[in-house]
Design a binder for this molecule. Structure first.
Ligand SMILES: Nc1ncnc2c1ncn2[C@@H]1O[C@H](COP(=O)(O)OP(=O)(O)OP(=O)(O)O)[C@@H](O)[C@H]1O
Ligand SMILES: [Mg+2]
Length: 333
């Protein structure tokens, strides 16, 4: 299951991503956590110290390796240099599974021990001034997009992405890659403004979107959110002393998280799990092709000097049934 947490800066995306990841791990579900936010804080929220967080390998720095690996023997993709972040898989591509060892995880994943088990943490790498506001092919999230488009994940295994609700994810189609998107909103006008923008994009593409209220302090806060987002409001989180203790460097066992916040996490899980029924691999594949063609036309063809529409394998549909094919694919030398 691919789950995204998005929202306004400071709304609590990282905090709620990390709590959800801890909840999944405590339930015994395998998790790959991805920090794709401009502000790279997921590692710290999962308990890494400053030195460990700073030493996380950056996916952006391993883009050539990732491209080379997933390209496999796909004859439509003649070289890694001709791959852009939206290049879709086809016959011969190597697909990725959530629970396996592969060169991408070897290069980019950092194990993190949580109550209940170990997870893999991937990080795009810190964004610098020069990354922001430039053409989208410089995007650090390109590696995450390739990962999402080559992943054949099943039920009861989770990829959780802490992400910015930026124009980047709308241009590349990244916002359509998730079984469920949780939009974190504080009960303020600014807090819900990102929801409106997201909702507009999501509607056109059938993206499942639910709002998670955060830093909710009163019945009036809940009323406000309900008024602004209606039935899209799924649950709310109040101030958490558990989170505050963590921030003070005095982490508590996850079992000691406040009961109402634990219940809200269980509701997120139920909603994420139920979204499995809405899965449609054909639509998923169609949408990645749609965004690839758009990106090819607007900048990809010019950048690579090739007609990237030729990378599309018209008879290919990504699906869980392809797991065996992925497992059988030869490893790179
Ligand atoms: N429910 C909560 N209880 C207590 N503190 C919280 C809660 N939610 C968020 N915070 C605190 O608010 C601050 C911002 O939260 P967080 O970093 O998760 O937001 P964000 O949306 O990821 O921000 P950014 O856009 O900067 O990445 C942090 O200090 C976090 O610990
Ligand atoms: Mg954050």
């Amino acid at each position: 299951m691919k789950i995204a947490f998005v929202g306004k800066g400071g709304s609590g995306k990282t905090t709620l991503s990390s709590l959800f990841i801890r909840h999944l791990t405590a339930r015994g579900a395998p998790v790959v956590a991805v920090d794709a936010d401009i502000n790279q804080h997921l590692g710290a929220a999962l308990g890494l110290d400053d030195a460990e967080a700073a030493a996380l390998p950056a996916m952006g720095a391993h883009l050539p390796l990732i491209k080379e690996y997933v390209r496999g023997s796909n004859p439509r993709i003649t070289s890694a240099e001709k791959m852009i972040k939206t290049t879709p898989p086809g016959e011969g591509s190597r697909l990725l599974r959530l629970q396996e060892d592969n060169p991408v995880y070897d290069a980019c994943a950092h194990p993190v021990a949580l109550d209940g088990g170990d997870i893999r943490l991937l990080a795009t790498g810190p964004f610098t001034e020069s990354d922001l506001g430039v053409a989208c092919y410089h995007s650090k999230t390109g590696a995450v997009e390739l990962l999402l488009n080559h992943l054949v994940d099943g039920r009861e295994e989770y990829l959780v992405v802490d992400m910015t609700a930026g124009s980047d994810s709308f241009a590349s189609g990244m916002f359509t890659r998730f079984d469920m998107t949780f939009l974190v909103a504080e009960p303020t006008r600014k807090g819900v403004s990102v929801y409106r923008q997201y909702k507009d994009y999501a509607r056109d593409f059938g993206v499942p979107l639910r709002v998670v209220g955060n830093k909710v302090q009163s019945a009036d806060d809940v009323d406000f959110l309900r008024q602004e987002v209606g039935d899209d409001l799924l649950v709310t989180f109040g101030h958490s002393d558990w989170v505050r203790a963590m921030e003070k460097g005095r982490p508590l066992p996850f079992a000691e998280l406040e009961e109402d916040n634990s219940r809200s996490l269980a509701a997120l899980y139920e909603t994420a799990d139920a979204s499995y029924e809405l899965r449609d691999w054909e639509r998923y594949t169609r949408q990645m092709v749609h965004f690839h063609l758009r990106n090819a036309e607007s900048w990809g063809n010019a950048k690579t000097g090739a007609d990237l529409a030729a990378q599309v394998d018209p008879s290919f549909t990504l699906s869980e049934d392809r797991q065996e094919a992925a497992a059988a694919a030869p490893q790179p030398a």
